[in-house]
Design a protein. Structure first.
Ligand code: TRP
Length: 335
């Protein structure tokens, strides 16, 4: 059987934190070594423009996210790793898809509807601060996926609707212009580990409770020490199931380490000691990749070259496919 294609995109906004690492980055990097599938990983920098109009932040985030994935061992020999904006066929395809996409389909997008609703509740014009970028976002995402005829697209729960839309758009195009596109399927892992942040709510940059992935050892220790706990004293038994310290610990621990920490909780380990052990565990896992990360950040040209190599591999496919698609819609040489 021919290999299946798996594709996923990472929007280049923000700085990665431990929650991103455990929930998304680590499993995706493990998957990049799978030789049984053809895999595509890309930095969705055009998507970043929908959320962020600050050029320096877009650049910085692209650099940090690329360095993160490389430092953590993304297998770039097996997987194709590229930057969306290097694939000039993607915006071209976006337009072809825009022309078959029903406006009503976009009206139903959750993200757009939420923005309209927020405006209405605030007594604003429904379109207040809504750009066509936000409205068309699902078409750009469809182009990312359909460009490489991906079969499977691992995404978070919030992206399920976008995959439905990609299928719908692909079907319309196929129906009108012939069978060009594979209908992609979302792969949504219901068991993704979500980590609590320092205040016990889900770790997220919007709650300001996130522990950054790449900070010097001392800062990492400080951030771990800030995790909120209850006021049980040393010697008093503690409930691991009601503790952010334990929840984060278990995400990094082997079975044996987890069982030992459970016993320590029952035996009344002091919070300071539990946090020290948590810090040591996280640090042991991140110390080596942190050195690679820092080396990469100091040499952006190395990252740039990697991305260009990836883009060349990706474009070997997208260029030829886009030629076919242009022809299919009637954009053809005349002579
Ligand atoms: N929209 C996705 C997110 O916010 C990122 C993304 C862009 C993506 N294009 C994609 C994911 C294509 C999968 C496939 O998470």
């Amino acid at each position: 059987m021919a290999k299946q294609t798996v594709l996923t995109g990472i929007t280049t906004t923000g700085t990665p934190h431990l929650g991103n690492y455990v929930g998304a980055i680590k499993p995706a990097i493990a998957a990049s070594r799978n030789q049984d599938v053809r895999s595509y990983y890309f930095l969705a920098d055009y998507h970043a423009l929908v959320k962020c109009g600050e050029p320096e932040r877009v650049r910085q985030s692209t650099l940090e996210i690329a360095a993160t994935w490389l430092a953590l061992g993304l297998d770039t020999d097996n997987a194709v790793f590229y930057r969306q904006s290097d694939i000039t066929e993607i915006p071209e395809l976006t337009w072809l898809l825009t022309c078959v996409c029903a406006k009503g389909l976009m009206n139903r997008a959750h993200a757009y509807k939420a923005a309209v609703q927020a405006n209405e509740e605030a007594g604003e014009d429904p379109d207040f601060q809504i750009t066509m970028g936000l409205f068309n976002y699902p078409i750009l995402m469809s182009a990312d996926i359909l460009m490489f005829n991906a079969h499977k697209v691992p995404v978070g729960k919030d992206q399920g609707q976008h995959l439905e839309m990609a299928r719908d758009i692909a079907q319309r195009f196929n129906h009108h212009y012939g069978e060009h596109f594979v209908l992609p399927e979302a792969v949504i892992d219901d068991n993704v580990a979500t980590l609590p942040g320092q205040d016990g709510r889900k770790m997220s940059k919007s709650y300001n409770n996130a522990i950054p992935l790449w900070v010097p050892e001392k800062k990492l220790r400080k951030a771990v020490m800030k995790i909120m706990t209850n006021s049980l004293e040393p010697g008093q038994p503690k409930d691991p199931d009601d503790s952010s310290v334990f929840a984060i610990y278990r995400a990094f621990a082997s079975d044996k380490q987890r069982a030992a920490m459970q016993d320590a909780f029952a035996a009344g380990i002091a919070w300071g000691e539990a946090k020290q052990q948590l810090f040591e565990l996280i640090n042991a896992e991140l110390a080596e990749p942190r050195e690679r990360y820092e080396a990469l950040i100091a040499e952006p040209a190395v990252i740039e070259n990697k991305l260009r190599e990836g883009a060349e591999r990706a474009r070997a496919y997208s260029r030829a496919f886009m030629d076919k698609l242009r022809h299919a819609v009637g954009i053809r040489p005349l002579g």
